[in-house]
Design a protein around this ligand. Structure first.
Ligand code: IPT
Length: 969
């Protein structure tokens, strides 16, 4: 291998009007250098060509001739775009979102005549200190989807493979000044058929463009082999290099020739303790800094082991996304992703569905994340024709597939964080995949190969599935799933699960329990990390269809654990709790005694010395005592019982909370950052009681009862003291369906959102049957039921008062044959918006929680504004419930629940929320709508996977719940 221009026939010709056949050619391209290892820096000079480039958009691939590539061409009248960048996000054309549909006719390798083509032009001078000798290489880190490149009028070649690097030898063409770099980029190419990932189609030069000086004797390709023997505690280092040189690692006293093995005692690398050693690879012409992590990955005894131990992946699928710049990510954004992951206990990333910007992997090495590096390959759109003509099963495409595999492996092979190679995503099955796997196994036997799309696991070293139900995952865990022999012996990963679209995902904790119970289940990767919403001045964030696309998949592109601007959604907070690396469980502590906590170290490698533990007691949600908790040193997997101090003797509902926090500042979070917690009750709750002493007093159109007045005809609550109540305080069963309620279009009739709407629960009618003022109670009888069917809910609201406070008891009796659970069951009413400022409550918080998303809900006293109570899902939907609420103070009202309830308060009605399509559609009105729910239906993750588990269903059954209302004192 060398940096001399390859002598292929279609390079180095002079610019002229040439055919555009290369666009639809299945080959990966021509004129580029062989792929090689990527390194972040070296002492060789480089010149970034990022910045403003001249830009011209044409409607077809052949609309313009090649004259623009000639030196002296005047592009003064052209527009400008930023490189890296996508032209469709810079005012030229529009983005298109489809999940797996190709937005063009499926006729491989042909693409539409209407093929937006962006000519990019940049004139640059070499810096004064650019060496006169040596070669030079021009590197493109990512261009979507196909490019032809000229330098100073000489055509260098063409390439496809959007999220992969491509290099050209250009030393012989460089001038000290006035170099003209011309890049013609086509949105559609044969390569588009291989890039059918569920994401926006975003053409452009979206990663860095760099000119690299290649001195004589420089480094070419090299492979750092750094293994760890957990039995001896020694690491073995061997750097294979195309160019001979020396490898030094001062901290280890290593100074060895390339190709030679050195074995020395080392500290191993893991995602938990990402120990890196700084080294240097020096050839006669170049010094390349190395960051070496010693670790050994193996599949042994049916388990993926690193350094001899099985690993539990607590992962996410990460697409590259920025709401303004799409897949053109700056360094700070990449770092933010890594920091957010580390702070939320995430330990693994699948780079769905293409190799990320190389700097991301440097961060994974340094901060510690296990990486499944996935090749830029998906042909999902062929599923519509039963995978007929699938390029991965057509030998003509195999060179392109092998090229992609090689560009990934060669680029990323020196990253300790990369522990698994993935062939790609959703590409069916075929000989091309087998060829890729064979090539990868041959080139790098040190890492297992993953691919989900082949149920036989013929080419893979792990068995992977996506969106399998809890039940099936359990069967797999128990080894009862059958299947081919090879597969039965493989470890299992959920490469995608828990579809985080909108509100959710539900059921995370139930999956985690399974992962922890069965060795074969080595964890999973939540789908997905970030919502790919595009910032939009009116809509908030745009999604599919907002740019007038012919075909699109709506907000299916917004299914992440963080919003497009990287604000964590409640799903991420829940995930953090579910996967926390320390389990803290309370034991036998009832009746006011302190009891013990059981602390389990659930790290795979690390001890707990980085953590400090603290206890606190709270009475009725207020902390009354706290202190540090000494915890014995526990190795990975060990557990201990730790005694808590005697709690203070205080009346009220008492809880103990134990937290594990960072003992010192780390690279990813400051000292005090909460890593894990456990909370448990020490005493029971005293439910509010009220002895009725007042009687309803009929008056002019109103009935008064204690502090309240009611409409004499309808029984609707009108006032509590001076607080005006609107909306009648009615039974409410409807919620603005979540994406997970609605389910995915291809799913069966188990989608609750669809069943609810078909039944008409969103338009339930309220029939008034009686208003009875008698004895010490005002009783209002209603029947709540949708038009067109016989089912209904007979409801009795019974109001009593002790003169100061009011008690409402709601009894609900289902009538008829109910075959679906309810969305919610509770009451709702309105308060004047002007009276509601902050909301205070004692219950679960600080964030949203539903029956199957409430692990992270911590009991305490909380306070929030209405804005803070609302979770701004990109497509508005049910959100914001606070669980296990004992009491709330809102708009001057104090409401205590018997039993605890879900609290929701928002500035719009459920109907407005249901109708809204974007954040921008939600406009605050003059009423705050308060929901006090006895129950909520589970959330699940049916927007792609299974719905909620049956135990989270809200079945209609005879139910009674109460609230005590009073004026806040
Ligand atoms: C799975 C895809 O792998 C992923 O890219 C994404 O589209 C996800 O679904 C849904 O958001 S494919 C699965 C629907 C079979």
């Amino acid at each position: 291998m060398s940096f001399r221009a390859p002598a292929t026939d279609c390079t180095a010709s002079t610019a002229s009007t040439a055919s555009t056949d290369y666009v639809e050619d299945v080959s990966p391209g021509s004129g580029t250098l062989p792929p090689r290892a990527r390194y972040a820096s070296s002492d060789a000079k480089s010149l970034s060509l990022n910045g403003k480039w001249r830009f011209r958009l044409s409607p077809t691939a052949d609309a313009e001739d090649d004259v623009f590539a000639e030196p002296g061409y005047d592009a003064g009248g052209w527009a400008e775009v930023s490189v890296p960048g996508h032209w469709v996000l810079q005012g030229h054309g529009s983005p298109i979102y489809t999940n797996h549909l190709y937005p063009f006719p499926v006729d491989p390798p042909r693409v539409p005549t209407e093929n937006p083509t962006g000519d990019h032009l940049r004139v640059f001078d070499l810096p004064a200190d650019w060496p006169a000798d040596g070669d030079a290489v021009l590197r493109f880190d990512g261009v979507e989807s196909c490019a032809r490149v000229w330098l100073n009028g000489t055509r260098l070649g063409e390439f496809k493979g959007s999220r992969l690097p491509h290099e050209f030898a250009v030393g012989h063409l460089l001038e000290p000044s006035g170099n003209v770099l011309a890049v013609r980029v086509h949105q559609w190419s044969a390569g588009s058929y291989l890039e059918d990932q569920d994401q926006w189609w975003l053409p452009g030069v979206f990663r860095d463009v760099t000119l690299l000086h290649r001195p004589a004797g420089c480094v070419l390709d090299f492979f750092v082999h750094a293994s760890y023997d957990h039995l001896t505690g020694e690491g073995t280092l061997r750097v294979d290099s195309d160019v001979d040189g020396r490898v030094t690692v001062p901290e280890l006293g290593v100074d060895a020739a390339t190709g030679a093995s050195v074995t020395v005692p080392v500290e191993p690398w893991s995602a938990e303790v990402p120990r890196l050693y700084d080294g240097v690879l020096a050839t006669s012409g170049e010094r390349v800094p190395l960051r070496i992590g010693f670790r050994t990955v193996a599949v042994e005894d049916g388990l993926i082991k690193v350094n001899g131990r099985p690993v539990l992946f607590k992962g996410v699928n990460r697409h590259e996304w920025h709401p303004d710049t799409g897949r053109a990510l700056d360094a700070e954004t990449m770092r933010e992703d890594v920091l957010l992951m580390k702070r939320h206990n995430v330990n693994a990333v699948r780079t769905s569905h293409y190799p990320p910007h190389p700097a991301f992997l440097d961060l994974c090495d340094a901060y510690g994340l296990w990486v499944i590096d996935e090749c830029d390959l998906e042909t999902h759109g062929f599923t519509g024709q039963g995978w007929r003509d699938n390029p991965v099963d057509d030998d003509r495409w195999t060179p392109a597939l092998l090229d992609r595999a090689a560009r990934m492996v060669e680029r990323d092979k020196n990253h300790p964080s990369v522990v698994i190679w993935s062939l790609g995503n959703e590409a069916g099955t075929g000989r091309g995949l087998t060829a890729m796997a064979e090539w990868i196994h041959g080139r790098d036997p040190s890492r297992p190969v993953h691919y989900e799309g082949d149920a036989t696991c013929r080419d893979t070293d792990v068995y992977a599935r996506m969106y399998a139900s809890h039940e099936e995952v359990e069967r797999i865990g128990r080894g009862l799933d059958g299947g081919p022999r090879k597969r039965r012996e493989l470890p299992f990963l959920l490469c995608e699960y828990a579809h985080a679209m909108g509100n959710g995902p539900g059921g995370l904790a139930d999956y985690q329990r399974l992962f922890e119970a069965h060795d074969r289940l080595q964890g999973g990767f939540v789908w997905e990390w970030i919502d790919h919403g595009i910032r939009h001045p009116e809509l908030g964030f745009a999604y599919g269809g907002d740019f007038g696309e012919e075909l699109h998949d709506g907000n299916f592109v917004c299914d992440g654990l963080v919003f497009p601007d990287r604000t964590p959604s409640p799903g991420l907070v829940e995930y953090k709790k579910v996967i926390e690396p320390v389990r803290i469980e309370g034991r036998g502590a009832r009746g006011g005694a302190g009891g013990t906590v059981r602390i389990t170290n659930r790290y795979d490698f690390a001890g707990l010395s980085a953590l400090a533990f603290a206890w606190s007691y709270q009475v009725d949600g207020e902390i009354v005592a706290s202190g540090p908790l000494p915890v014995p040193a526990l190795a990975a997997g060990e557990a201990a019982e730790v005694k808590l101090p005697e709690p203070p003797r205080r009346p009220g509902e008492m809880h103990a909370t134990v937290r594990a926090v960072l003992a010192v500042d780390t690279a990813w979070a400051p000292r005090g950052h909460v890593v894990a917690w456990g909370q448990f009750p020490l005493t029971g709750r005293r439910v509010p009681s009220l002895t009725p002493t007042a009687a309803p007093v009929p008056g002019d159109r109103r009935v008064t009862l204690g502090p309240a007045s009611f409409d004499a005809r309808t029984g609707a609550l009108l006032t509590v003291g001076d607080i005006e109540v609107t909306g009648g305080l009615r039974l409410d069963v409807w919620r603005a369906t979540t994406d997970n309620d609605d389910g995915a279009p291809w799913q069966s009739d188990t989608r609750h959102g669809v069943l609810w709407r078909t039944l008409g629960l969103h338009r339930a009618q309220h029939r008034l049957d009686a208003v009875e003022a008698g004895g010490d109670a005002l009783t209002v009888r209603t029947r709540v039921a949708p038009a067109g069917c016989e089912i209904g809910l007979a409801t009795v609201h019974r109001w009593t008062s002790d003169g100061e406070r009011l008690r409402l008891t709601v009894s609900v009796r289902p009538e008829g044959d109910w075959r679906v659970p309810l969305p919610r069951l509770g009451v709702r009413f309105g308060l004047p918006a002007a009276t509601v400022d902050r909301v205070r409550w004692f219950g679960g918080g600080p964030g949203e929680a539903y029956p199957d998303t409430k692990c992270a809900s911590l009991l305490g006293r909380w306070e929030a504004t209405l804005e803070e109570l609302h979770t701004p899902y990109v497509r508005p939907q049910e959100n914001g419930a606070r669980a296990d609420v004992r009491w709330v103070e809102i708009g001057g009202l104090r409401i205590e629940g018997d039993p605890e309830f879900f609290l929701t308060a928002r500035r719009w009605t459920t109907e407005q929320l249901d109708a809204a399509r974007h954040r921008g559609d939600l406009v605050p009105g003059d009423t705050v709508w308060v929901h006090l729910d006895h129950g909520q239906h589970g959330i699940g993750s049916q927007s792609c996977g299974p719905g909620p588990l049956p135990r989270y269903f809200l079945w209609p059954r005879p139910t009674e719940f109460s609230f005590v209302l009073s004026r806040v004192r």
